[in-house]
Design a protein. Structure first.
Lengths: 261, 459
C-alpha cells in the first residue's frame, strides 16, 4: 500500500490537476471536498468583490502617473455579468470627461476590474512599475491612467478613442479559474475605436505571482507596443515573438480556449 | 405569418415562427441579451399555448432561416426523411408532446430522421423537465468504434486529462488517475493548449501508444481544429476521432472556421483510416447554447433552437460522440444553476430525439451563479434520462480550460445510485486487469493492478 501511495504522490507532482485524491466509497475524501469548496469560494469572491478604485488610484499616482476613474454603463455586478454589451460602453458623463483631457498620445492605459478585482489589486501596480522604465526609455506620450469599473476588454476601445490614443493597453482581471483567482490579462489594441474585434488585439495572459511574472509581462507589453506603433496594427497580424528576443527563454505558458473577458 | 394568442383582455402577437419560439422558451439570459426573450411571464405562457397549436407540417414549411441564405437550413431540408415524418405529419406541437410521452423506443427510432431540429426544439419548449427526461430515456442511439456506446443501462465517460502546457507526463498521470477510477470508455480526449501540428502529433502518439500497449477498448482524440487534424492525418499520425466544435447556422460555423464541405472532407479522411474494429463512427462534435449569438450569427432565433440545429449538422456525419458544453460559455447565456440544468436537459432531449448520441459536459464557470450542488442535480437528472456520456475531469477542476466539470468520482456516484454500467468492452477490460469486481464496482487498492501492469507509466 505504501508503494501505491508513493506512486500517487509522485504522479500528483507531475500536474496541477487534482489527481490521486483517494475516495470514500464513490465520493471524495472530506479533505478534498473542503479544499475544493475553499478554492471555489476564493474564485467567487474574486468575481464579486468590488474593485477599490481609490486605493488603486493612490498607488498608481505614487508611481508618477496621473489617474482618472470611470465606469461602464453596467450599473452593478449582476447586470455586468448578464450584459457584456453594457460593460463595453462608457457612460456619457465619463466619456465627456475623458474627451476633455484628450490630447494626441501614443498610449492609453486602462486598469479594469473585469472578472477579478483581486487580480487587479495584486498585479496592476507592480506591472505598471515594471513597465514604466520601458515607457520612459521610448519617450512615449501616455494619457492619464484610466481606472474603470464594471469594465470589459472592449471598454478600452471607447476609452482610447475618447483620449485620442494611438494604442490602448487594458489591464483587466481575467475569468478566475479554481486554481487561479488572481490572474491579470493585458489586451493591446492599436487604433482603439468602438467596433474593434478581438482578432485585432494582442493578449498577454496569466499575469500573476504563480504565472507570468510582472517583469516578463512588462517586457512583452513593451515588445508588442513597439511593434504595434511601428507597423500600425495589432492582433493576429502581429505575432508575439518576444520569446525569441529573450534569447531562448522558456516558452511562457498561456491560457487558451477561454473567451476574452 | 403572425401568430396570436388571446388571454382575457390581452392579445399577444408574435411576428413570425422564430419570434414565437423565442418567446415560448423558458427565459434565460442569452435570449434576453439578444433582445428576443419573452418580456413577461404571461407572454412566455401565451407563446407556449400558441406554439402548442402549430402543426409540425407548418414548422417544416417555414424554415427559420431561408433555404437560399444558410447551408444548415439546406442540409436540414435536403436530408429530411418524408417517410419517417409521415407518422407524425398530422400532429401539432402539443399533440407531438403527447405522442412522445406514449411512444415506444421503436417508434422513436423510426421517426428520428423525420424530426427536424425546429420540431424538436418547439416541442421541448412546452415540455417540463420530467417530460424531457422520460422521453429521452426511451430513445436509443448506439454507436461503435473500439467499443459500444449507448446501450440501455449504460453511461460512458470521456477521460479529460488536460494540462496547462500539454506536458506528456502530466497528461499521462491524469489518464492513469482516470483509468484507475474506471473512466475513459467514451474517449480519452485532450484539449491541447497548443494548436500546432507538432504538438498534436506528440499527443496523438502518446494516446495511441497507451491504448495499444494496454489493449484498452477505447478511442483517442485530441480536440483541435479539424484543419489541424486533417494535416495530422495527411502526415500519417494515428487519428481515431476527428473533433470539431459546430453550431446551428452557416455564419456561426464560419466563425469556427468550418464549412459543411470541410466536415465532409475530414469525415471521409477519417473513414478511410478504418481504425475502428467494431464500427466506423469516427466523428466527435461539441456544441453549446449561445455560440451563434456570441458570433453575431443568430438570425433572431433563440439559442436553444439554434443548438438543436447544430445536432442536424452532427447527425449527417454519424458521430461516435456529441456533447453540449452546457455551462461553459458563461452567465450572459445561462445565468445560474436553474438555467444550466434546464438547458442541459433540453439539449440532451433534442439530440436524442434526432438520433444523435448526446452526452453532456455538466459544467459551470466561476462567474455563473452555480456550484457543485447544481452540477450534482443536473448529473443525476441526466443519469435518469439515459445520457450517453459525461466528462471525467480530475477533481472536477479543469486546470487548462479554467472551468468546473464532472469528476471521475462523480461518475462512480452516478453508477452507484442508478446502477449504470460502462461500455461492455471497457467494463470487461477493467475486470480483466483486476480493477473491478464482476459487477463493475471498483475494488479497493488505489488502482494498484494498473500501476503494476504499467510500470512505464507510473515511473
Amino acid at each position: 500500500m505504501s508503494d501505491t501511495r508513493e506512486i500517487w504522490a509522485r504522479l500528483a507532482g507531475l500536474t496541477p490537476a487534482r489527481i490521486g485524491l483517494g475516495r470514500a466509497g464513490s465520493g471524495l475524501p472530506t479533505r478534498e471536498i473542503l479544499r475544493f469548496g475553499l478554492d471555489h469560494a476564493q474564485a467567487r469572491d474574486a468575481v464579486h468583490a468590488p474593485m477599490d478604485a481609490e486605493v488603486l488610484a493612490g498607488r498608481i499616482a505614487e508611481l508618477g502617473f496621473e489617474t482618472v476613474s470611470v465606469a461602464s454603463q453596467a450599473p452593478d455586478r449582476a447586470t455586468y455579468l448578464r450584459r457584456p454589451d453594457l460593460g463595453r460602453r462608457l457612460g456619457t458623463a465619463d466619456r465627456a470627461a475623458l474627451e476633455a483631457k484628450a490630447a494626441p498620445v501614443d498610449l492609453a492605459i486602462v486598469v479594469a476590474d473585469g472578472l477579478s478585482a483581486r487580480a487587479v489589486h495584486e498585479n496592476a501596480v507592480p506591472l505598471l512599475a515594471a513597465f514604466k522604465p520601458y515607457a520612459g526609455k521610448a519617450a512615449w506620450k501616455i494619457a492619464p491612467v484610466v481606472i474603470a469599473r464594471e469594465a470589459r476588454v472592449a471598454l478600452g476601445d471607447d476609452i482610447g478613442g475618447a483620449l485620442d490614443a494611438r494604442a490602448v493597453a487594458v489591464l483587466i482581471g481575467e475569468r478566475p479559474g479554481l486554481s487561479s483567482p488572481d490572474s491579470l490579462g493585458i489586451y493591446l489594441t492599436f487604433g482603439p475605436r468602438i467596433g474593434r474585434s478581438d482578432a485585432e488585439r494582442n493578449c498577454i495572459s496569466n499575469v500573476r505571482a504563480a504565472g507570468l511574472t510582472h517583469d516578463l509581462a512588462a517586457f512583452k507589453l513593451n515588445w508588442l507596443l513597439t511593434r504595434a506603433l511601428a507597423l500600425g496594427l495589432s492582433g493576429v497580424a502581429l505575432k508575439d515573438e518576444s520569446d525569441l528576443a529573450l534569447n531562448g527563454a522558456a516558452a511562457v505558458p498561456v491560457l487558451s480556449g477561454v473567451p476574452p473577458v | 405569418m403572425a401568430y396570436r394568442h388571446v388571454v382575457g383582455p390581452r392579445t399577444h402577437a408574435f411576428a413570425d415562427l422564430a419570434a414565437l419560439m423565442a418567446k415560448a422558451t423558458p427565459v434565460r439570459s442569452g435570449d434576453r441579451l439578444a433582445g428576443i426573450a419573452a418580456e413577461s411571464a404571461e407572454e412566455n405562457a401565451a407563446a407556449r399555448w400558441c406554439l402548442a397549436e402549430v402543426p409540425l407540417r407548418e414548422i417544416l414549411a417555414r424554415p427559420l432561416i431561408p433555404y437560399e441564405a444558410d447551408d444548415v437550413t439546406r442540409l436540414i431540408l435536403d436530408v429530411h426523411d418524408g417517410a419517417a415524418f409521415a407518422e407524425i405529419a398530422h400532429l401539432t406541437v402539443g399533440d407531438f408532446r403527447e405522442f412522445l410521452l406514449t411512444a415506444t423506443t421503436e417508434m422513436l427510432t423510426r421517426i428520428a430522421p423525420g424530426v427536424t431540429p425546429e420540431m424538436a426544439a418547439a416541442v421541448s419548449k412546452i415540455m417540463r423537465n420530467q417530460d424531457l427526461i422520460s422521453v429521452a430515456r426511451k430513445c436509443r442511439v448506439v454507436t461503435r468504434f473500439r467499443n459500444t456506446i449507448g446501450l440501455p443501462g449504460t453511461l460512458a465517460v470521456r477521460l479529460q486529462p488536460n494540462h496547462p502546457t500539454d506536458d506528456p507526463k502530466g497528461i499521462t498521470a491524469a489518464i492513469l488517475d482516470g483509468l484507475t477510477l474506471g473512466c475513459g470508455d467514451a474517449v480519452i480526449g485532450i484539449n491541447p493548449a497548443s494548436d500546432s501540428v507538432q504538438a498534436l502529433g506528440d499527443l496523438l502518439n502518446l494516446l495511441d501508444g497507451l491504448i495499444r500497449t494496454h489493449n484498452i477498448p477505447t478511442q483517442a482524440c485530441v480536440l483541435t481544429h479539424l484543419t489541424t487534424t486533417l494535416a495530422a492525418m495527411e502526415r500519417g499520425l494515428p487519428v481515431d476521432l476527428v473533433f470539431q466544435s459546430i453550431a446551428g447556422t452557416q455564419k456561426a460555423n464560419a466563425s469556427f472556421g468550418v464549412t459543411l464541405a470541410l466536415l465532409r472532407e475530414a469525415h471521409e479522411a477519417a473513414l478511410a483510416l478504418k481504425r475502428g474494429p467494431l464500427g466506423d463512427n469516427c466523428m466527435y462534435f461539441e456544441t453549446g447554447q449561445g455560440s451563434a449569438l456570441s458570433a453575431d450569427a443568430h438570425h433572431g432565433i433563440d439559442q436553444q433552437t439554434l443548438e438543436a440545429r447544430a445536432y442536424a449538422v452532427a447527425r449527417t456525419f454519424r458521430p461516435l460522440l456529441v456533447n453540449t458544453v452546457v455551462g461553459f460559455i458563461g452567465p450572459e447565456y445561462l445565468y445560474d444553476g436553474k438555467e444550466i440544468i434546464r438547458a442541459g436537459l433540453e439539449d440532451h432531449f433534442c439530440g436524442k430525439l434526432m438520433g444523435v448520441p448526446l452526452g453532456v459536459d455538466v459544467c459551470y464557470t466561476n462567474h455563473a451563479e452555480a456550484d457543485q450542488d447544481d452540477m450534482d442535480t443536473l448529473l443525476t437528472l441526466l443519469g435518469a434520462a439515459g445520457c450517453t456520456y459525461i466528462m471525467g475531469v480530475p477533481g472536477a477542476d479543469d486546470v487548462m480550460l479554467n472551468y468546473q466539470s464532472t469528476s471521475f468520482h462523480d461518475s462512480l456516484y452516478l453508477r452507484e445510485v442508478l446502477g449504470l454500467k460502462r461500455a461492455p468492452e471497457f467494463e470487461a477490460w477493467l475486470h480483466e486487469i483486476g480493477l473491478t469486481d464482476g459487477d463493475g464496482t471498483l475494488l479497493p487498492g488505489a488502482g494498484a493492478p494498473l500501476l503494476a501492469s504499467a510500470p512505464d507509466l507510473a515511473a
